[in-house]
Design a protein. Structure first.
Length: 94
């Protein structure tokens, strides 16, 4: 089965956050406010490479923002309205 191309921005964003690993990453970031890749990987018992991939996907969609702090890059939730609403939704149902 080939994935269909999603052109609706809302559908694309929901599809992005609908992945279990990405939802778990978002939950960590909701709790911690900001975290680096290795801290998220440790919290979720995932590989750094896998977490890094998911963080890049979420950042590409504008759900996360990254900030370089010395040698580390920390990630936090974007302040976009959609992300704020998404945070409320995740906190209520996750």
């Amino acid at each position: 089965m080939t994935p269909t191309k999603v052109t609706n921005p809302l559908a694309k964003c929901l599809r992005t956050v609908g992945d279990d690993s990405r939802l778990n990453i978002l939950c960590v970031l909701i709790r911690t406010k900001k975290s680096c890749v290795s801290d998220i990987a440790e919290a979720l018992h995932m590989s750094v490479a896998s977490v890094s991939h998911h963080l890049l996907v979420l950042a590409k969609e504008g759900i996360l923002v990254s900030k370089r702090e010395g040698k580390q890059v920390s990630y936090s939730l974007s302040q976009e309205k959609f992300v704020t609403d998404l945070k409320k939704f995740i906190c209520k149902y996750k």
